[in-house]
Structure formats: C-alpha cells, structure tokens
Design a protein around this ligand. Sequence first.
Ligand SMILES: NC(=O)c1ccc[n+]([C@@H]2O[C@H](COP(=O)([O-])OP(=O)(O)OC[C@H]3O[C@@H](n4cnc5c(N)ncnc54)[C@H](OP(=O)(O)O)[C@@H]3O)[C@@H](O)[C@H]2O)c1
Length: 430
Amino acid sequence: MATDSDPTSGNRIRPPHVALVGFGTVGRAVAKILCERKDRSLRLTHICNRHVERKKQSWVPSDVLWTDDFDSVLDSDAEILVELIGGLHPAEDLVRRALKAGKSVVTANKQLIARHGPELLQLAGENGCQLEFGASVAGGVPVLPALRIGLCGDQLRGIAGILNGTCNYILSRIETARIPFSEALEEAQARGYAEADASEDLDGGDARAKLSILALAGLQARVSPETIRARTIRTVDAVDFDYAAELECTIRQISRADFLGETLLAEVGPSLVPAASPFGRVQRNLNLVLTSGKYGGDVAFLGAGAGGDPTAVAVVSDLMFVAENISAQPRAQRDQRLASPKVSCDFETPWYLRFWVKDQPGIIASLAAILSAHQLNIDSVLQKPGFDKSALPFVITLEPCRDSQLHPAIEKMSALEFCTKPCLCLPILR
Ligand SMILES: NC(=O)c1ccc[n+]([C@@H]2O[C@H](COP(=O)([O-])OP(=O)(O)OC[C@H]3O[C@@H](n4cnc5c(N)ncnc54)[C@H](OP(=O)(O)O)[C@@H]3O)[C@@H](O)[C@H]2O)c1
C-alpha cells in the first residue's frame, strides 16, 4: 500500500525529496531553480553547508531545513542527494555513504567522477539507486546526457572537445588581440574566467579529467586521468597565431580520445585547427564537443561550459531524470561493458614545430639532418621577416608521423646550441 513516505510505490503521492549539499555558486543556482519551479515534481527538503547560518536566504521556503550536519541528511527521508561541494574530500565519502544508504546522487564533481566514476556507478547499481553527473563536463552543455540517451544507439569511435573555458578564453584573446600569454592570463583572471592559481586549467589537468569522463560515458572506457598526456598552453606565443594563420589555422586547447584497435589514443593540449572549422570558430570561454559515431557520423555540442545558472540547469535536468526513474526497476549498470584499454598519446598527425633561434648560417641544414635521420618529412618552412636576429622565430611543418617517431628528434633539435628555447611542437588537426 502506498504511503506518503514511500515514493517508490507505483501510487506515489509525494514528489521525491531532494537534499542539496554545498550552497555555493552552483548549489545556490540549483536551489533557486527548484524553489521557482511550479510543477512540484521535486521537493527541496534540506540544504547542507558548513557554517550554514551565514548561507541562509529569505527566498528559500521556510519548510526547507538548513543544516551543517551531513549525518542528518543521510538519515533523512530525502531520496536524492545533490553533491555540490566539489573536490574529493569529503565529497567522495559523502557520495559513497549516500549510495550505500540507497539514495540516488546527482553531482557536478569532475574530480570525483574522473577518479571514482566506475566504482561509484557500480555501487549505485548494487544499491538500486542512480548516480548522474551530467554537469561534470561542459557545465550547461548537455553532452553527457546526449551520450547516455541520444547517442547510445551508435558506436562512438572518437570524442574531441574544447573542454576548458579558461584556456579557450586565453587562446582566443591572444588570437584576436595578439597580446602575450601573460597579459591574456591577467585579463582572464581580472574577468573571473581564471583562478589566481590557474595551473589545473593551463596545464591540462582540468580538461583531462573531463576527457576521462567523456571516455567513460561515450566510449565505455575506464581511463584514469593521470594516464592521459596533458601539454600546457603556457608555451604558446602570439607569433604562433601569425604562423598558424599562414597555414589557415588557429590554436585551441583540444582534448581528444580515439580508439585505435584495443588502444585508446588520448591527449590534451594546444593544437592547430583550421580557422574555419567548428573548433577554430569557438571564441572566448565556450565549450565545444564533437563526437564521431560509426553509424551516425559527427555530432557537435556547443555552449556555456561553466557558470552557476547553466551548470544548475544540467544538475536540475539530472534531478528530473532521476526522479522519473526512481520508481522504475534499477537500470542495467552502465559500467558493465567498460573496457580498461591501454592509453597512449601516439597519434599520427602532421606537426607544427616552432623554433626560437640565434640566427647563423646552417640552421635549416642542421635541423633537416636530424629530421631526415628520424625519417621525418618536411612539408614547409615558414619564416616571418622583421625579427631581431638574436631571437628569431621560425616554423617547420612536418608530414604526418607518429608522436613516438617525432619526439626523439625534438629532443635533439631543442638541444642544438642556436636554439634559445625548447621547440614548441603542436599537432595539426585537419
Ligand atoms: N562553478 C561552475 O561554473 C561549475 C561548472 C561545472 C561544474 N562545477 C562543479 O560544481 C561543484 C560546485 O562548484 P561551485 O562553483 O558551486 O563551488 P563553490 O562555489 O566553491 O561552492 C562549494 C560550496 O560547498 C561548500 N563546502 C565546501 N566544502 C565543504 C565541506 N567540507 N562541508 C560542507 N560544505 C562545504 C562551500 O562552503 P563555503 O562557502 O564555506 O566555502 C560552498 O558553499 C564542483 O564540483 C565544481 O567542479 C562548477
């Protein structure tokens, strides 16, 4: 017989109760949407945050319980817990305890899902509840729900994306204003697009965590973020955009993962992309994800990758999905077919090599000798006039070869006495 504490009954007489943990940028925006919704298909019952008194808002209905005690939330009758505190501790423990208690969990936490997603999905399945994390990649762009529902009928072969809005803001500002990297970073920090310590963004840590989640959801591959090579964007210079333009390209931080047989080729880093391509046209802090399916071909997702409101929309959409399924049979565990592939960054592409040299006779001949010794074919040599002879940038592009074939040559070339900086080596993605 249905009771009002039994939302799993076929005759449900009350909406699922939702406990929100973490009342920051996203948590606050989620609460606002839930409080303003008219359809009452979800009921916000708890808001949990440390030192909660300072968080209280007058627009939150008086029947919502404010607390700083996780245990009281776990002991409550809320069927769904929304984790929006971020980071691994104490979020991981909280999510595990909630799932073990049979509560479904919605989270936007990329660190948590990138590191522990497969085990947490399994835990959810074992306890007859759900774990959704649609906001953990690309914020308000519904790429993860699309992988889960709209594209699950295809067999995806590859995923590529602009997944970090901070890097895209910086690179597209260097492109349009030809300002140095340091100036573009300061501007991004002043506008709130980059943190004071932006290393996770600039050096690719953030994007590779997101790529590992995309690989989990779209390629059914269990990939630890640390196994994905990440190259920094700090070494990209305004002059690289001049040379890229000569090649009808621009530069973006691209995250990509493609199966090559049983191996997953994956990496994150600045790359040349055609200026007229979807990636080349993404400006400022937007995100773009392209999927490539065996049957359905290419599909693109573009939009705001971050921000309280867009991210909250993704969280509330997950909540509604969970609420609709809460009375259904537990779904088949999504991780049942997960592969644990060998991960490699040995992509085969054409390459862009940029050198800073002290000008002297024989430079091209010395570089060409090393390239030739490694069986690497030069496609073009580009040199812009007007630079000081003591610090002269010039570019060699190479015909397609594997990363592993190129890198020994790069080390040798960077060690030549006329090179004033290590060679910048970027893949050209056509
Ligand atoms: N912001 C975005 O645009 C965005 C986009 C996509 C995904 N996300 C993800 O969404 C999640 C939330 O991000 P956010 O931007 O909303 O973060 P945030 O503004 O820092 O909010 C986090 C909230 O959690 C609280 N909190 C932190 N540690 C806690 C603890 N140990 N116990 C209780 N409460 C704790 C914080 O309280 P205090 O006020 O005391 O610090 C704060 O209210 C993260 O996983 C993030 O990666 C965010």
